[in-house]
Design a protein around this ligand. Structure first.
Ligand code: 6GU
Length: 234
């Protein structure tokens, strides 16, 4: 997979992909993350990328030309058959595990980081194929959202995780929150690990975890439990 990110502050994206699972996925050649500075595609001598909004009002708007030209230039250099161009914006559809799974199926994706008061509407109308928001709050830099999207997508690429099955029990991967986890020591400050986990009975352990995941989801995120994911037994 190749992920191209168009942004205004490429330095912000220098380190987050150098750790942990994303780093390993890059080293294994499973994903390439290429960061581009939108400013490099502005032709005036001050490399201006934003301007005042027509009609007045506060804030600045990202100009269309550098964004269109950046994507066109990248498409010329890389052979893209299928390329979702995703604008990161608080106006987008909500980024969920399901959306991450959808994006992980593509060979290439392009992320455009929004800024300031917004982006010229013609970018939305004539360039991007999707708009994504990482939650109902406002960030000042779309770069932060890009980091979140890249991380969530890359860990779903086959081979990115150490153990091929480890994401099946992750919170949200099956519509439930994850069950409680314990590691050594068996007793810490008088607090003990639930005995079922020490029993060696894999059937009982699986059942306990499944029950805990359901209880935890009902208690903490009744909105998830309501979405019709639970069977009668659950
Ligand atoms: Cl994708 N961008 C910005 N600027 N703010 C956000 C967001 C994205 N998602 C939630 N808030």
């Amino acid at each position: 997979m190749r992920i191209d990110i168009l942004c205004l502050f490429p330095e912000m994206l220098a380190s987050p992909f150098d750790y942990s699972i994303v780093k390993r996925a890059r080293e294994r050649g499973l994903v390439e993350v290429v960061v581009h500075n939108i400013r490099d595609y502005s032709h005036d001598k001050h490399h201006i990328v934003d301007d005042y909004p027509y009609g007045g009002g506060p804030g600045m708007v990202l100009k269309p030309e550098p964004i269109f030209e950046a994507t066109e230039s990248i498409k010329e250099r890389v052979d893209y058959s299928d390329l979702p161009i995703i604008l990161l914006t608080p106006q987008g559809r909500l980024f969920t595990q399901q959306v991450a799974r959808e994006l992980a199926l593509h060979q290439n994706i392009m992320l455009i980081c929004g800024h300031y008061e917004g982006v010229d509407e013609r970018v939305r109308e004539h360039l991007v194929s999707d708009e994504v928001s990482i939650g109902d709050y406002v960030l000042s830099a779309g770069e932060l959202a890009a980091m979140v999207v890249v991380d969530a997508v890359v860990r779903l690429i086959p081979g990115a995780l150490g153990s091929p099955l480890s994401f099946h029990s992750d919170s949200h991967s099956n519509g439930l929150l994850e069950y409680p986890q314990y590691t050594r020591p068996k007793v810490y400050r008088g607090w003990t690990v639930p005995s079922v986990l020490l029993s060696g009975n894999h059937g009982e352990i699986a059942r306990w975890r499944w029950q805990q995941a359901i209880l935890r989801t009902l208690k903490r995120r009744p909105d998830l439990a309501k979405q019709g994911n639970l069977s009668a037994e659950e």
